[in-house]
Design a protein around this ligand. Structure first.
Ligand SMILES: Cc1cc2nc3c(=O)[nH]c(=O)nc-3n(C[C@H](O)[C@H](O)[C@H](O)COP(=O)(O)OP(=O)(O)OC[C@H]3O[C@@H](n4cnc5c(N)ncnc54)[C@H](O)[C@@H]3O)c2cc1C
Length: 397
């Protein structure tokens, strides 16, 4: 008990990424200090590096957490879609997105948690969860010392690869699997000429079932990387593939560091809560299956989960199993249904040939910015590659 203010909590949130930070902060605010809430992570949420390209939609972020210049690296006003032959189509939309400084953003969220009365511990490795009659025992290692805490409810926001809930009998049917994890890798590099206000996305067989990217960081450095499909048999190790791509296309680039991670891209229809355990963010596979964006998605999921946990704790009088079952319905209504459609369209998207990407990008690259209405883009793509529209039909529904 030496490390914590108590060994009994109403809720323990496992993981202080966007999902866990948002869940803990929302829960703290909703319960106004009447409940003991503990947020745990093995590292400080602002500790660099954070394995992410850090791009988000400005409006969607703002709806969940007021945007503040202190955690913004830059503002985006467009996207370049680049085909295998390097034809580049520009989509212009003023203030369409932001590149975050995620370390600072996490700091702001963590400050919000503290203000909302949440106890935050960022030196606690969660070793094991165990179901008891009354709730959950959580074994935690702090400075090499193991402590056991009790919580009535647990939020698993431990990210894509975490195995916290594996093998727990009562969670059968909701435990995470490895099946939807896609490998992503990126370098922080300078010496690459780029627009500070655009992200650039690369499509084609080189980035099979995924895409490559260049995201600006501070005007000088970029985040350059790619994600591949989960089933791609990559013969060249990912790191080498990335370095080859950079050396070939950007011979003046200076690579400062390379990082990799997994992205949980398969929107699942499994329940998101059971026996007082609630899953949020990547632990519940809430990433957009095509764009692979997961920051705003995890924030939204964290908020939905927090609202459900508040009801579950007894404030609504509803049956607990019914509240647990409703979490998936809430997520589906908010974003999950769209993700299922996107996942469906992804199958067609992954079948688009290099030739079709080249034709569509070439055609679109000739369309002046002021003529970029959705109808014109659609018409131009249709003209260049009719089967492409067919393959994407469920996305356009
Ligand atoms: C290379 C890459 C690029 C990306 N780029 C973008 C992008 O540009 N835009 C976007 O929107 N999304 C992007 N994503 C996805 C985004 O990063 C994730 O979807 C998002 O971080 C998920 O948030 P989360 O809170 O669910 O999990 P995480 O951010 O993974 O947080 C989980 C937390 O749990 C902690 N944890 C795990 N296990 C334990 C344990 N046993 N004990 C204690 N703590 C534990 C971890 O330390 C971590 O802090 C990218 C992902 C990758 C890999």
């Amino acid at each position: 008990m030496a490390n914590f203010t108590s060994n009994r909590y109403d809720v323990v949130v496992c993981g202080a990424g966007p999902a866990g930070l948002m869940a803990a902060c929302t829960l703290g605010r909703l319960t106004s200090g009447t409940r003991r809430i503990l947020l745990l992570d093995k590292k400080e949420p602002w500790k660099e590096p954070i394995f992410c390209a850090e791009a988000v939609s400005k409006d969607r972020l703002n709806a969940l957490w007021p945007v503040d210049s202190s955690f913004v690296r830059g503002t985006l006003s467009g996207i370049y879609f680049t085909s295998p032959k390097r034809y580049r189509a520009e989509f212009y939309s003023k203030d369409c997105g932001l590149v975050l400084d995620r370390a600072r953003f996490h700091h702001a969220l963590s400050d919000g948690c503290v203000s909302a009365g949440v106890e935050c511990r960022y030196d606690a490795l969660i070793k094991k969860l165990e179901k008891t009659d009354e709730g959950w025992n959580i074994s935690v290692s702090v400075g090499g010392e193991i402590e056991t805490l009790f919580a009535e409810a647990v939020v698993d926001a431990s990210g894509p690869s975490c195995k916290l809930t594996r093998g727990i009998e009562c969670l059968k049917g909701i435990e995470s699997g490895d099946t939807d994890l896609e490998p992503a890798i990126f370098a922080v590099a300078d010496g690459i000429e780029h627009s500070k206000e655009h992200i650039e996305l690369f499509f084609g067989s080189e980035f099979e079932s995924g895409y490559g990217w260049i995201f600006p960081r501070d005007g000088k450095e970029v985040n350059i990387g790619f994600v591949l499909g989960k089933d791609v048999d990559h013969k060249v190790p990912l790191r080498q593939k990335l370095l080859d791509f950079i050396a070939r296309d950007y011979p003046n680039a200076k690579v400062k560091a390379v990082y990799g991670g997994m992205i949980a891209c398969g929107q699942s229809e499994k329940p998101m809560a059971k026996c007082g355990l609630f899953k949020a963010g990547d632990a519940a596979s809430c990433v957009n299956p095509i764009s692979r964006s997961g920051i705003v998605e995890s924030l939204l999921c964290g908020r939905i989960v927090a609202e459900s946990v508040r009801e579950w704790l007894g404030d609504s009088g509803m049956n607990r199993s019914a509240i647990e079952a409703k979490v998936l319905d809430r997520w589906m209504a908010a974003l999950g249904k769209k993700h299922l459609q996107v996942a469906h369209a992804k199958v067609g998207f992954n079948k688009i040939s290099d030739k079709q990407f080249d034709r569509a990008a070439y055609k679109l690259s000739k369309l002046p910015r002021e003529k970029q209405t959705l109808f014109r883009i659609f018409f131009n793509v249709l003209w260049a590659a009719p089967s492409l529209i067919w393959k994407m039909r469920s996305f356009l529904r």
